[in-house]
Design a protein around this ligand. Structure first.
Ligand code: NAD
Length: 332
Protein backbone atom coordinates (compact mmCIF):
# COMPACT_ATOMS: atom_id res chain seq x y z
CA UNK A 1 0.00 0.00 0.00
CA UNK A 2 1.07 3.62 -0.45
CA UNK A 3 1.86 5.59 2.68
CA UNK A 4 2.34 9.36 2.55
CA UNK A 5 3.77 11.18 5.55
CA UNK A 6 3.57 14.94 5.95
CA UNK A 7 5.21 14.48 9.37
CA UNK A 8 8.89 13.73 9.99
CA UNK A 9 9.53 10.00 10.51
CA UNK A 10 12.66 8.30 11.82
CA UNK A 11 14.10 5.36 13.72
CA UNK A 12 13.19 1.67 13.86
CA UNK A 13 9.48 2.49 13.39
CA UNK A 14 10.26 3.70 9.88
CA UNK A 15 11.53 0.24 8.91
CA UNK A 16 8.37 -1.24 10.40
CA UNK A 17 6.28 1.18 8.36
CA UNK A 18 8.23 0.33 5.20
CA UNK A 19 7.41 -3.33 5.72
CA UNK A 20 3.77 -2.35 5.07
CA UNK A 21 4.31 -0.57 1.76
CA UNK A 22 5.93 2.33 -0.07
CA UNK A 23 6.57 5.26 2.24
CA UNK A 24 6.91 8.80 0.88
CA UNK A 25 8.03 11.39 3.43
CA UNK A 26 7.41 15.07 2.73
CA UNK A 27 7.49 16.55 6.22
CA UNK A 28 5.91 19.95 6.76
CA UNK A 29 8.95 21.16 8.67
CA UNK A 30 11.52 20.00 6.10
CA UNK A 31 10.37 22.99 4.02
CA UNK A 32 11.60 26.52 4.63
CA UNK A 33 9.28 28.21 5.32
CA UNK A 34 7.17 25.33 6.60
CA UNK A 35 4.69 23.78 4.17
CA UNK A 36 1.07 23.24 5.23
CA UNK A 37 -1.29 21.87 2.58
CA UNK A 38 -4.65 23.37 1.65
CA UNK A 39 -7.54 20.91 1.40
CA UNK A 40 -7.28 21.02 -2.42
CA UNK A 41 -3.53 20.32 -2.35
CA UNK A 42 -4.07 17.41 0.01
CA UNK A 43 -6.85 15.95 -2.09
CA UNK A 44 -4.62 16.17 -5.17
CA UNK A 45 -1.83 14.26 -3.37
CA UNK A 46 -3.97 11.50 -1.92
CA UNK A 47 -4.82 9.58 -5.10
CA UNK A 48 -3.90 5.93 -4.46
CA UNK A 49 -2.72 6.67 -0.90
CA UNK A 50 -4.03 4.18 1.69
CA UNK A 51 -2.34 5.60 4.77
CA UNK A 52 -1.54 9.21 5.61
CA UNK A 53 0.56 10.53 8.50
CA UNK A 54 0.18 14.16 9.56
CA UNK A 55 1.45 16.39 12.31
CA UNK A 56 0.70 20.04 11.58
CA UNK A 57 -1.55 19.91 8.51
CA UNK A 58 -5.26 20.46 9.05
CA UNK A 59 -7.39 17.61 7.67
CA UNK A 60 -10.95 18.75 7.01
CA UNK A 61 -14.03 16.78 5.96
CA UNK A 62 -13.47 17.14 2.22
CA UNK A 63 -10.11 15.34 2.32
CA UNK A 64 -11.78 12.10 3.45
CA UNK A 65 -13.86 11.95 0.31
CA UNK A 66 -10.78 10.38 -1.27
CA UNK A 67 -11.94 6.77 -1.49
CA UNK A 68 -8.53 5.12 -1.06
CA UNK A 69 -7.63 6.54 2.36
CA UNK A 70 -8.12 4.03 5.22
CA UNK A 71 -5.56 4.94 7.90
CA UNK A 72 -4.61 8.31 9.32
CA UNK A 73 -1.72 8.51 11.78
CA UNK A 74 -1.61 11.75 13.74
CA UNK A 75 1.75 12.64 15.25
CA UNK A 76 0.13 14.42 18.19
CA UNK A 77 -1.34 13.44 21.52
CA UNK A 78 -4.54 15.34 20.70
CA UNK A 79 -5.67 14.99 17.05
CA UNK A 80 -7.36 18.41 17.11
CA UNK A 81 -6.12 19.15 13.58
CA UNK A 82 -8.33 16.37 12.16
CA UNK A 83 -12.08 16.32 11.53
CA UNK A 84 -12.50 13.00 13.34
CA UNK A 85 -16.29 12.66 12.80
CA UNK A 86 -15.66 13.04 9.05
CA UNK A 87 -12.91 10.40 9.19
CA UNK A 88 -15.29 8.07 11.00
CA UNK A 89 -18.04 8.74 8.45
CA UNK A 90 -15.67 7.71 5.67
CA UNK A 91 -14.34 4.63 7.49
CA UNK A 92 -10.84 6.03 8.09
CA UNK A 93 -9.14 4.83 11.29
CA UNK A 94 -7.48 7.73 13.13
CA UNK A 95 -4.53 6.79 15.34
CA UNK A 96 -3.02 9.37 17.68
CA UNK A 97 0.29 9.20 19.53
CA UNK A 98 -0.13 9.99 23.24
CA UNK A 99 3.02 10.60 25.23
CA UNK A 100 5.27 10.67 22.15
CA UNK A 101 7.02 13.82 23.42
CA UNK A 102 6.79 13.15 27.16
CA UNK A 103 10.51 12.42 27.53
CA UNK A 104 11.46 15.58 25.66
CA UNK A 105 9.21 17.79 27.76
CA UNK A 106 10.32 16.11 31.00
CA UNK A 107 13.94 16.73 30.02
CA UNK A 108 13.23 20.39 29.28
CA UNK A 109 11.50 20.76 32.66
CA UNK A 110 14.61 19.33 34.34
CA UNK A 111 16.76 21.62 32.19
CA UNK A 112 14.70 24.60 33.35
CA UNK A 113 15.15 23.51 36.98
CA UNK A 114 18.92 23.28 36.62
CA UNK A 115 19.00 26.49 34.60
CA UNK A 116 17.20 28.39 37.36
CA UNK A 117 18.96 26.73 40.30
CA UNK A 118 22.38 27.62 38.84
CA UNK A 119 21.47 30.87 37.03
CA UNK A 120 22.91 29.38 33.85
CA UNK A 121 21.26 31.77 31.39
CA UNK A 122 22.00 34.96 33.33
CA UNK A 123 25.60 33.87 33.98
CA UNK A 124 26.10 33.01 30.31
CA UNK A 125 24.76 36.43 29.41
CA UNK A 126 27.26 38.06 31.80
CA UNK A 127 30.20 36.29 30.19
CA UNK A 128 29.10 37.27 26.69
CA UNK A 129 28.66 40.89 27.78
CA UNK A 130 32.01 40.96 29.63
CA UNK A 131 30.31 41.55 33.00
CA UNK A 132 32.75 39.76 35.27
CA UNK A 133 32.29 42.19 38.14
CA UNK A 134 28.84 43.72 38.76
CA UNK A 135 28.40 46.32 41.50
CA UNK A 136 31.80 45.27 42.80
CA UNK A 137 30.74 41.62 43.12
CA UNK A 138 32.27 38.59 41.42
CA UNK A 139 30.04 35.92 39.88
CA UNK A 140 30.77 33.69 42.88
CA UNK A 141 29.17 36.35 45.05
CA UNK A 142 26.19 36.89 42.75
CA UNK A 143 25.25 33.35 41.83
CA UNK A 144 24.93 31.16 44.91
CA UNK A 145 23.19 28.12 43.48
CA UNK A 146 21.30 25.15 44.89
CA UNK A 147 21.57 21.49 44.03
CA UNK A 148 18.48 19.77 42.69
CA UNK A 149 18.98 16.71 44.89
CA UNK A 150 18.27 18.81 47.98
CA UNK A 151 15.06 20.29 46.57
CA UNK A 152 11.40 19.41 47.03
CA UNK A 153 9.72 19.56 43.63
CA UNK A 154 5.95 19.93 43.36
CA UNK A 155 4.48 18.32 40.25
CA UNK A 156 1.06 19.62 39.17
CA UNK A 157 -0.42 17.01 36.81
CA UNK A 158 0.75 13.40 36.90
CA UNK A 159 0.22 12.14 33.36
CA UNK A 160 2.77 11.02 30.80
CA UNK A 161 5.10 14.00 31.37
CA UNK A 162 4.60 14.49 35.12
CA UNK A 163 5.45 10.82 35.74
CA UNK A 164 8.67 11.05 33.75
CA UNK A 165 9.63 14.20 35.66
CA UNK A 166 9.05 12.27 38.91
CA UNK A 167 11.09 9.33 37.61
CA UNK A 168 14.00 11.61 36.72
CA UNK A 169 13.80 13.43 40.08
CA UNK A 170 13.84 10.14 41.95
CA UNK A 171 16.99 9.08 40.12
CA UNK A 172 18.55 12.42 41.06
CA UNK A 173 17.65 12.07 44.73
CA UNK A 174 15.11 14.91 44.89
CA UNK A 175 11.81 14.62 46.75
CA UNK A 176 8.65 14.95 44.64
CA UNK A 177 5.16 16.04 45.74
CA UNK A 178 2.28 15.41 43.33
CA UNK A 179 -1.08 17.12 42.92
CA UNK A 180 -3.41 15.41 40.44
CA UNK A 181 -7.09 14.99 41.37
CA UNK A 182 -7.47 12.15 38.85
CA UNK A 183 -4.62 9.93 40.06
CA UNK A 184 -4.92 7.79 43.21
CA UNK A 185 -2.58 8.29 46.16
CA UNK A 186 -1.41 4.69 45.80
CA UNK A 187 -0.56 5.28 42.17
CA UNK A 188 1.53 8.33 43.12
CA UNK A 189 3.28 6.50 45.98
CA UNK A 190 4.13 3.58 43.69
CA UNK A 191 6.44 5.93 41.77
CA UNK A 192 8.26 7.05 44.90
CA UNK A 193 6.53 10.46 44.92
CA UNK A 194 4.18 11.77 47.60
CA UNK A 195 0.54 12.74 46.98
CA UNK A 196 -0.35 16.27 48.13
CA UNK A 197 -3.11 18.83 48.01
CA UNK A 198 -2.43 21.85 45.84
CA UNK A 199 -2.12 24.04 48.95
CA UNK A 200 0.42 21.72 50.55
CA UNK A 201 2.39 21.41 47.32
CA UNK A 202 2.55 25.18 46.82
CA UNK A 203 3.71 25.83 50.37
CA UNK A 204 6.26 22.99 50.62
CA UNK A 205 7.96 22.98 47.21
CA UNK A 206 11.27 24.60 46.34
CA UNK A 207 10.27 24.20 42.70
CA UNK A 208 6.73 23.99 41.28
CA UNK A 209 6.57 22.27 37.87
CA UNK A 210 3.33 22.33 35.86
CA UNK A 211 2.25 19.33 33.73
CA UNK A 212 -1.56 19.55 33.65
CA UNK A 213 -3.58 20.18 30.47
CA UNK A 214 -5.18 23.55 29.83
CA UNK A 215 -8.91 22.90 30.19
CA UNK A 216 -11.60 25.17 31.67
CA UNK A 217 -10.92 23.69 35.16
CA UNK A 218 -7.18 24.42 34.99
CA UNK A 219 -7.21 27.84 33.31
CA UNK A 220 -5.93 30.20 36.00
CA UNK A 221 -5.59 27.27 38.47
CA UNK A 222 -2.59 29.03 40.02
CA UNK A 223 -3.55 32.53 41.12
CA UNK A 224 -2.91 35.07 43.86
CA UNK A 225 -3.84 32.65 46.69
CA UNK A 226 -1.55 29.92 45.40
CA UNK A 227 1.40 32.25 44.77
CA UNK A 228 0.91 33.83 48.22
CA UNK A 229 1.57 30.39 49.73
CA UNK A 230 4.86 29.57 48.03
CA UNK A 231 8.03 29.04 50.01
CA UNK A 232 9.97 32.33 49.83
CA UNK A 233 12.39 32.10 46.93
CA UNK A 234 10.62 29.16 45.25
CA UNK A 235 11.07 28.55 41.52
CA UNK A 236 8.24 28.14 39.00
CA UNK A 237 8.63 25.96 35.91
CA UNK A 238 5.90 25.75 33.28
CA UNK A 239 6.35 23.50 30.25
CA UNK A 240 2.56 23.14 29.95
CA UNK A 241 0.21 25.84 28.69
CA UNK A 242 0.84 29.41 29.87
CA UNK A 243 -2.79 30.01 30.90
CA UNK A 244 -2.65 27.57 33.84
CA UNK A 245 -1.06 30.34 35.92
CA UNK A 246 -2.74 33.73 36.23
CA UNK A 247 -0.33 36.22 34.74
CA UNK A 248 -0.57 39.23 37.06
CA UNK A 249 -0.25 37.34 40.39
CA UNK A 250 2.68 35.42 38.93
CA UNK A 251 4.40 38.60 37.71
CA UNK A 252 3.81 40.19 41.13
CA UNK A 253 5.39 37.19 42.86
CA UNK A 254 8.39 37.42 40.55
CA UNK A 255 8.72 41.17 41.05
CA UNK A 256 8.68 41.00 44.85
CA UNK A 257 10.98 37.98 44.97
CA UNK A 258 8.49 35.56 46.54
CA UNK A 259 9.22 33.53 43.43
CA UNK A 260 12.94 33.82 42.76
CA UNK A 261 12.86 32.59 39.18
CA UNK A 262 10.61 31.09 36.55
CA UNK A 263 10.81 29.34 33.20
CA UNK A 264 8.21 29.02 30.45
CA UNK A 265 8.02 27.06 27.21
CA UNK A 266 4.64 28.42 26.16
CA UNK A 267 2.90 31.79 25.98
CA UNK A 268 -0.62 32.95 25.27
CA UNK A 269 -1.14 32.62 21.49
CA UNK A 270 2.36 31.01 21.27
CA UNK A 271 3.94 34.47 21.28
CA UNK A 272 5.54 36.89 23.73
CA UNK A 273 5.72 40.58 22.77
CA UNK A 274 9.25 42.04 23.06
CA UNK A 275 7.95 44.57 25.62
CA UNK A 276 6.30 41.91 27.80
CA UNK A 277 7.44 42.27 31.46
CA UNK A 278 8.89 38.73 31.48
CA UNK A 279 11.37 39.66 28.76
CA UNK A 280 13.07 42.20 31.01
CA UNK A 281 13.41 39.82 33.97
CA UNK A 282 16.89 38.28 34.23
CA UNK A 283 15.63 35.54 36.57
CA UNK A 284 13.34 34.12 33.89
CA UNK A 285 14.04 31.57 31.14
CA UNK A 286 11.87 31.76 28.01
CA UNK A 287 11.76 29.16 25.23
CA UNK A 288 9.43 29.04 22.19
CA UNK A 289 7.48 25.79 22.69
CA UNK A 290 10.39 23.43 22.03
CA UNK A 291 9.65 20.92 24.81
CA UNK A 292 8.72 18.12 22.42
CA UNK A 293 11.23 18.99 19.73
CA UNK A 294 13.59 16.03 20.01
CA UNK A 295 14.81 13.23 17.78
CA UNK A 296 13.21 10.78 20.20
CA UNK A 297 9.79 12.40 19.83
CA UNK A 298 9.96 11.72 16.07
CA UNK A 299 11.18 8.16 16.66
CA UNK A 300 8.41 7.58 19.21
CA UNK A 301 5.55 8.78 17.01
CA UNK A 302 6.96 6.84 14.06
CA UNK A 303 6.97 3.63 16.10
CA UNK A 304 3.52 4.29 17.57
CA UNK A 305 2.00 4.93 14.14
CA UNK A 306 3.80 2.02 12.45
CA UNK A 307 2.65 -0.33 15.23
CA UNK A 308 -0.87 1.09 14.97
CA UNK A 309 -0.99 0.54 11.20
CA UNK A 310 0.29 -3.04 11.64
CA UNK A 311 -2.32 -3.69 14.32
CA UNK A 312 -5.08 -2.35 12.08
CA UNK A 313 -3.91 -4.59 9.25
CA UNK A 314 -3.82 -7.63 11.56
CA UNK A 315 -7.34 -6.94 12.84
CA UNK A 316 -6.14 -5.88 16.29
CA UNK A 317 -7.33 -2.69 18.01
CA UNK A 318 -4.44 -0.22 17.64
CA UNK A 319 -3.25 1.62 20.74
CA UNK A 320 -4.14 5.26 20.24
CA UNK A 321 -7.20 4.54 18.05
CA UNK A 322 -9.51 7.55 18.25
CA UNK A 323 -12.54 6.09 16.43
CA UNK A 324 -12.67 2.33 17.11
CA UNK A 325 -16.14 2.16 15.54
CA UNK A 326 -14.52 2.05 12.08
CA UNK A 327 -12.64 -1.17 12.86
CA UNK A 328 -11.91 -3.49 11.17
CA UNK A 329 -10.59 -1.52 8.18
CA UNK A 330 -10.12 -3.19 4.81
CA UNK A 331 -6.55 -2.69 3.61
CA UNK A 332 -4.91 -3.67 0.31
N1 NAD B 1 6.07 22.15 25.94
C1 NAD B 1 5.70 21.27 25.03
O1 NAD B 1 6.26 21.18 23.94
C2 NAD B 1 4.60 20.30 25.37
C3 NAD B 1 4.50 19.09 24.67
C4 NAD B 1 3.51 18.19 25.05
C5 NAD B 1 2.60 18.52 26.05
N2 NAD B 1 2.72 19.72 26.68
C6 NAD B 1 1.76 20.12 27.73
O2 NAD B 1 1.88 19.23 28.81
C7 NAD B 1 0.57 18.86 29.27
C8 NAD B 1 0.64 17.48 29.89
O3 NAD B 1 0.99 16.54 28.89
P1 NAD B 1 0.88 14.96 29.17
O4 NAD B 1 1.30 14.29 27.91
O5 NAD B 1 1.56 14.63 30.44
O6 NAD B 1 -0.69 14.83 29.35
P2 NAD B 1 -1.49 13.67 30.09
O7 NAD B 1 -2.88 13.77 29.58
O8 NAD B 1 -0.76 12.38 29.98
O9 NAD B 1 -1.45 14.11 31.63
C9 NAD B 1 -2.12 15.23 32.13
C10 NAD B 1 -2.36 14.98 33.61
O10 NAD B 1 -2.92 16.17 34.19
C11 NAD B 1 -3.91 15.76 35.12
N3 NAD B 1 -4.86 16.81 35.41
C12 NAD B 1 -6.02 17.10 34.80
N4 NAD B 1 -6.64 18.12 35.42
C13 NAD B 1 -5.84 18.46 36.46
C14 NAD B 1 -5.95 19.44 37.49
N5 NAD B 1 -7.02 20.23 37.58
N6 NAD B 1 -4.95 19.54 38.37
C15 NAD B 1 -3.86 18.73 38.30
N7 NAD B 1 -3.73 17.76 37.36
C16 NAD B 1 -4.69 17.64 36.45
C17 NAD B 1 -4.56 14.54 34.48
O11 NAD B 1 -5.22 13.75 35.46
C18 NAD B 1 -3.35 13.84 33.88
O12 NAD B 1 -2.81 12.91 34.80
C19 NAD B 1 -0.27 18.91 27.97
O13 NAD B 1 -1.63 19.11 28.25
C20 NAD B 1 0.34 20.05 27.20
O14 NAD B 1 -0.30 21.27 27.48
C21 NAD B 1 3.70 20.61 26.36
Amino acid sequence: MRILSLAPLAGPGLELLRSLGDVEIDAWNDHVPVKLHSADELTARLGGVTALVVEADYIPDVVFENASLRLLGVARGDPNNVDVPAATKHGVAVIRTPGRNAGGVADLALGFMYGLLRNIVAADDDVRAGRFVVDGKLAQQRYLGRELSSCVVGIVGFGAIGRLVAERLRALGARALVFDPFVSDDDVRATGAEPATLDYLMSHSDIVSVHAPLVPETRGLLGADEFARVKPGALFVNTARYGIAQEEPLLDALRDGRIAGAAFDHFEHEFLAPDHPLVAMPNVILTPHIGGTTVETIENHTMQIATGFHDARAGRVPRGIVNPDVLPVELP
